[in-house]
Design a protein around this ligand. Structure first.
Ligand SMILES: Nc1ncnc2c1ncn2[C@@H]1O[C@H](COP(=O)(O)OP(=O)(O)OP(=O)(O)O)[C@@H](O)[C@H]1O
Ligand SMILES: O=C(O)C1=C[C@@H](O)[C@@H](O)[C@H](O)C1
Ligand SMILES: [Mg+2]
Length: 184
């Protein structure tokens, strides 16, 4: 069966939200974002959820949002929060229901990208130090994805093009369809 969901996973600032917008425009698929869904459902910002309800509550809302978005009938691109991969239940539903793409970038690119806005509670304080520490803690956390793309030095458009090429290859009929090692 042809894949009709793409899930983007990756550390903060690797471009999941931006690339999902580009993919949605090119494929005509719905653009869904677990962070945005959580904010909509909770009626408050991610920083407020962390501050008033705690990270555990945020993670529960995140798991619910991811499952609900993946269970929609319509084709879609789902950008996930940077920590969505931490729960095994999230990883398994993503792998079951979609083509999972991990976006990567080197630490300095991530720092440059995330310093443009303040909406990341886990990077409060010294963002540079926090990025290096969290990247170390999450080493390997995104390796479960079906494919990985290093976005360092690539534009959002370049990344979207590569993902579409991989999706088409994944769907293509043939002996290696869907089972080959598409990891870049
Ligand atoms: N390939 C890229 N090259 C340069 N800048 C980029 C690239 N991808 C994203 N950006 C910029 O980096 C910033 C963060 O991107 P984005 O919000 O898409 O990341 P994210 O992975 O969704 O982060 P989060 O996990 O925190 O939601 C934005 O300002 C975006 O314009
Ligand atoms: O990496 C993380 O744990 C997070 C990333 C963001 O997308 C948000 O989901 C939230 O700030 C937590
Ligand atoms: Mg995002």
């Amino acid at each position: 069966m042809e894949v009709n969901k793409l899930v983007l996973v990756g550390f903060m600032g690797t471009g999941k939200s931006s690339v999902s917008r580009e993919l949605s425009a090119r494929l005509g698929w719905a653009r869904l974002d677990s962070d945005e869904e959580i904010v909509k459902r909770a009626g408050k910002s991610i920083s407020d959820i962390f501050a008033t309800d705690g990270e555990g509550r945020f993670r529960d809302l995140e798991s619910e949002a991811i499952a609900d978005l993946l269970n929609k009938e319509q084709p879609g691109i789902i950008a996930t929060g940077g920590g969505a991969v931490l729960r095994e239940s999230n990883r398994s539903i993503m792998l079951e229901k979609s083509l999972v793409v991990a976006l990567m970038a080197d630490a300095e690119s991530i720092i440059a990208r995330v310093s443009k806005d303040e909406e990341r509670p886990l990077l409060q304080g010294d963002a540079r130090e926090r990025v290096y520490k969290l990247l170390e803690q999450r080493r390997g956390a995104y390796d479960f994805a079906h494919l990985a793309i290093d976005t360092t030095g690539l534009s959002v458009q370049d990344v979207a093009e590569r993902i579409i090429a991989c999706k088409n290859e994944w769907n293509a009929p043939g002996p290696s369809s869907g089972s080959g090692d598409a990891t870049e």
